[in-house]
Design a binder for this molecule. Structure first.
Ligand code: HSE
Length: 446
């Protein structure tokens, strides 16, 4: 039985950027936090790979160890906060902590996206909580907003800028013409990037987070392996400029939509209208747009990475756990928002079945009939054109070598129709390079 007069003891796994930030926030705001939680909260035990390394936080009064198993088996620790990342050692430690009756708070999106179903089921058997607000969109309380604040709604779709590093890179490249590598190096220095930064730029980190968001929005099991994932490394300045001319900005979005036939789950660069609020979310900031049938569109914005923004979410979760430590496990908020026995088996749609609009950039010879051929192929595949731009590049030596860049924005269509049309357009003799295709979402209230 918990002694309610004693402060709750927290064990930390990892004392890096987020671990250090968590200790600092807990210490600095100790009084306000205990007024909210109803009890004091202290970090009593922490593990780090090298306990002698300089830290961003004070560790006085914290028992330090290089063996994380000491923390997860410490009988005095009630809540284990997992901040080491990765999904191998972290999974083992979290499952051991659960087996030892500890509640878990984690910022680890890979762990939850890939092993959450197993972890939640182990936690349910032990009657312990697993809280993971910090796993998605850093400091934005998006899990709580969807799981609790929007519990009265049928969520129709959500779309988010959920990787700070990628957004920081796209913003700096667009506004300051900086090169990709130097911006990425800065994001790493600032502690935003993943240990393996390809997770950021290739969309894997965003796919982890989207998996979690879709589960709590639609009441489906976590299915990371079914997310369609495309990175930002192939986005060129040319496409950024053409998109801009047509009234769009390019963002790396995670999109999940419930349709009659299943759930779309996709991460890819996306053109969005510049007039949308979310189009103006720049730098390391994140934002998630959620459309509920009752509330309409709602937007959540804040810092998506960094020591204290992420610590804000971690500490919020610790407070939540402390508040309900003594409550009956059956009456707590379910891990994935829906009661575990009520999860739905809605299929995740393959990318070929997804419905979206497109931006196409076609490099062609400037000859009679080229445009007609292209538009006929699109029409034959049931694809309607929304707008078009043509840029001519005259050849000073031979007019037969004149080139044209044709930009086409289409209305919504099914991806497999677009794939068919593109294979025919790519086969046209007048079309020189493979057509560049970037998906486009209007993100309007419908
Ligand atoms: N690498 C992640 C990002 C950290 O840049 O958003 C927060 O999850």
């Amino acid at each position: 039985m918990e002694n309610l007069l004693e402060p709750v003891k927290v064990g930390l796994l990892g004392l890096g950027t987020v671990g250090g930030g968590t200790v600092n926030v807990l210490q600095r705001n100790a009084e306000e936090i205990s007024r909210r939680a109803g009890r004091g909260i202290v970090v009593s035990h922490a593990s780090a790979r090298d306990v002698n390394k300089p830290r961003i936080c004070k560790t006085d009064g914290i028992q330090l160890t290089e063996n994380p198993t000491d923390v997860v088996t410490d009988p005095d620790v009630s809540i284990v906060v997992e901040l080491i990342g990765g999904d191998t050692l972290a999974r083992e430690l979290v499952l051991t902590a659960i087996a030892n009756g500890k509640h878990i708070v984690t910022a680890n999106k890979a762990l939850i996206a890939k092993h959450g179903n197993e972890i939640f089921s182990a936690a349910q058997k032990q009657g312990v909580m697993v809280a993971f607000e910090a796993a998605v969109a850093g400091g934005i309380p998006i899990i709580k907003a969807i799981r609790e604040g929007l519990a009265g709604n049928q969520i129709e779709w959500l779309a988010g800028i959920i990787n700070g590093t990628g957004n920081f890179i796209l913003t700096e490249m667009r506004d300051k013409q900086r090169d990709f590598d130097s911006v990425l190096a800065e994001a790493q220095r600032l502690g935003y990037a993943e240990a393996d930064p390809t997770f950021d730029v290739e969309g894997i980190d965003a796919a982890h987070k989207l998996t979690i968001l879709a589960s709590i929005a639609f009441g489906i099991p976590l299915q990371f392996e079914k997310v369609y994932t495309e990175g930002i490394s192939k986005i060129t300045g040319e496409d950024v400029d053409y998109a801009n001319e047509l009234g769009f900005t390019i963002k790396h979005l995670g999109v999940s939509r419930r349709t009659e036939s299943g759930v779309e789950l996709r991460v890819h660069p996306t053109l969005i209208p510049k007039r949308r609020l979310i189009a103006n979310v720049d730098g390391v900031m994140n934002a998630v747009l959620v459309k509920g049938d009752a509330v309409g569109p709602t937007l959540y914005y804040g810092a998506g990475a960094g020591a204290e923004p992420t610590a804000s979410a971690v500490v919020g979760d610790i407070v939540d756990v402390v508040r309900v430590l003594t409550s009956d496990p059956e009456n707590r908020v379910p891990h994935l928002a829906f009661q575990p026995e009520s999860l739905s088996d809605l299929p995740i749609l393959p990318i070929e079945e997804v419905e979206t609009a497109y931006y196409l950039r076609i490099a062609a010879s400037d000859q009679t009939g080229v445009m007609a051929n292209i538009t006929t192929i699109l029409a034959d595949n049931g694809i309607s054109i929304d707008s078009m731009l043509q840029k001519e590049h005259k050849c000073s030596i031979n007019p037969a070598d004149d080139k044209a860049t044709i930009i086409i924005v289409t209305h919504t269509t099914i991806e497999k129709n677009m794939n068919e049309a593109l294979s025919k357009i790519n086969a046209l003799e007048a079309v020189s390079d493979d057509v560049v295709r970037i998906r486009l979402e209007h993100l309007d209230a419908d």
